[in-house]
Design a protein around this ligand. Structure first.
Ligand code: DCP
Ligand code: MG
Length: 492
């Protein structure tokens, strides 16, 4: 878990920040009005159905996992926090902005993060807490518009087209709406901050929210999109990760402006028809991809009931591999890819369980699906026999959301939905740094450090001041693992 190479997304962000130049094209909610059908820069494709108004909103929470940790652990507020795999081969999932100042980044090996920022708190992830905050976020976004397309736990597109105050075309209304939204999210999640970008397309809204980070809002006025993206590196274009960027670099293309200057037919020759044409359009900020709240096909899965219950691990693994290949085949036939891989298991006694893992980016690669499904299978006790197995992929996305030429074998796992991890912690007396626990006398706290048969606990929660630290024997019967106790205001 959490040990892998950088995702296209992380790299895209890094490229965006690296290539940041002064950008006069950005209007921050202060332009009085805009043209209803702005299309001033006309080297876009003729059949484009671009919007004339800035009605696509992209929202992304700031330093999400680390911000949740700082919310729930008052002693860490304002401090360097690194969340990730704490084992020897672990990588950083995210770091608080305080830790980023020391050069700690997502997908960096934990060992490197420790040497760059030894004073940071190094915590293992608490997915349940992140999921809860994500639910609050998505519910609030759906109050704004029925068209919400989540991209990950902390990120979504929202289509504002139907809103009358925005449809009038006054950019100040968009700015007001985004401001109210951000304030509400901070209140409802108990203190998380969000960055928002608004523009005429998904491409521009996402670039804008990156420019707004942290805790800001950037609205790009219609007609200024190309001016905005031309000086940026090609990595800002969705689908351009290192592999695609390398192909472009070989023909001397580094910036979006240089990509725009390449005749589309040459791009098609270089990259193939689908990718070449797509990049030619996106380089012109020509993006009419709709906000898709729920894809028609929500998941692709395959399952089989066996005539006799299976107990043999090698046989079960072979079945999972075959099912993964069938799922991958169906995904690619329908030009879909997905981020969540689920394993369904029915035991001899008809007890049915599903487990899932969620990747940082979508995949349709049978090797990736099989690797994850096998990992989930390893946690299944098959000794009494398995009646049914199923493999599925959900969280489906269109194919453009990651590096078009990336080798996807090692995409990092974002959410590992194995609820028994907590029970396992209790059973084995192993404590992960950062996890929640309960002491019969001192109440709620979290694991500050563990090892050599001892566990050090800080007794504090989101609603208390920074609390005291105490050390116990790791198997002290007064201690038990607890669910996260994060503060979430009720939705109003
Ligand atoms: N994540 C992960 N592994 C990665 C990238 C991200 O586990 N390689 C997790 C941790 C992040 C969360 O996903 O907190 C959201 O990812 P973002 O890319 O939005 O990163 P952050 O929210 O942490 O920071 P930012 O403020 O840049 O959005
Ligand atoms: Mg984020």
């Amino acid at each position: 878990m959490l040990d892998a190479r950088m995702t296209g997304e992380v790299r895209r962000r890094a490229a965006l920040r690296r290539d940041l130049l002064p950008m006069p094209a950005i209007v921050i909610a202060d332009r009085p009005a805009w043209r209803k059908c702005a299309r001033p820069v006309d080297n876009r494709c003729e059949d484009s159905r671009m919007r004339g108004q800035a009605t696509v909103l992209h929202l992304d929470l700031d330093a999400f996992f680390a911000a949740v940790e700082q919310r729930d652990k008052p002693s860490l507020r304002g401090k360097a926090v690194v969340v990730g795999g704490v084992g020897p081969r672990g990588v950083v999932a995210t770091a608080s902005y305080e830790a980023r100042r020391h050069g700690v980044r997502s997908a960096m090996p934990m060992s490197e993060a420790r040497s760059r920022c030894p004073q940071a708190a190094f915590l293992s992830p608490r997915f349940e807490a992140y999921r809860r905050s994500s639910e609050v976020l998505m519910t609030r976004l759906r109050q704004l518009s029925p068209l919400v397309e989540p991209l990950s736990l902390d990120e979504a597109y929202v289509d504002l087209e139907h809103l009358t105050d925005v449809a009038g075309g006054d950019i100040r209304d968009v700015g007001r709406l985004a401001g109210d939204l951000r304030a509400d999210i901070t209140r409802l999640t108990g203190g998380l901050t969000a960055s928002v970008g608004v523009g005429t397309s998904k491409l521009v809204a996402k670039i804008a929210s990156d420019l707004a980070k942290p805790d800001g809002c950037v609205t790009v006025a219609p007609g200024t999109e190309q001016e905005l993206i031309r000086p940026m590196g090609v990595g800002v274009i969705p689908g351009v990760g290192p592999a695609t960027a390398e192909r472009l670099r070989r023909i001397g293309v580094h910036t979006v402006a240089e990509l725009e200057a390449v005749p589309p037919r040459e791009l098609v020759q270089l990259l193939g028809a689908a990718v070449g044409q797509t990049l030619a359009r996106l380089a012109r900020a020509d993006d009419d991809r709709p906000v898709v709240p729920e894809r028609e096909t929500k998941s692709v899965s395959v399952e089989d009931t066996f005539e006799t219950d299976l107990v043999d691990a090698a046989l079960l693994t072979a079945v999972v591999d075959r099912m993964s290949a069938r799922v991958a085949e169906r995904l690619s036939r329908e030009r879909l890819s997905g981020r969540t891989v689920t394993l369904k298991v029915r035991r001899h006694d008809f007890g049915t369980h599903t487990r899932s893992v969620t990747l940082a980016g979508p995949t349709d690669d049978s090797r990736v699906i099989a690797r994850l499904a096998r990992g989930l299978l390893r946690d299944v006790d098959a000794s009494d026999g398995i009646r049914l197995l199923g493999v599925g992929v959900s969280g489906l996305a269109d194919w453009i959301q990651d590096d078009l030429f990336q080798e996807v074998e090692e995409l990092p796992v974002l959410v590992d939905d194995r609820s028994e991890r907590r029970d396992e912690q209790r059973r084995h007396g192993r404590w992960w740094p950062g996890s929640d626990l309960w002491h019969t006398e001192h109440g709620a706290g979290w694991v500050w450090g563990a090892g050599s048969g001892r566990v050090t606990v800080r007794f504090e929660t989101a609603t208390t001041p920074a609390g005291p630290v105490r050390t116990f024997a790791a198997d002290d019967p007064a201690l038990s693992a607890a669910p996260p106790a994060g503060p979430i205001a009720s939705q109003s």
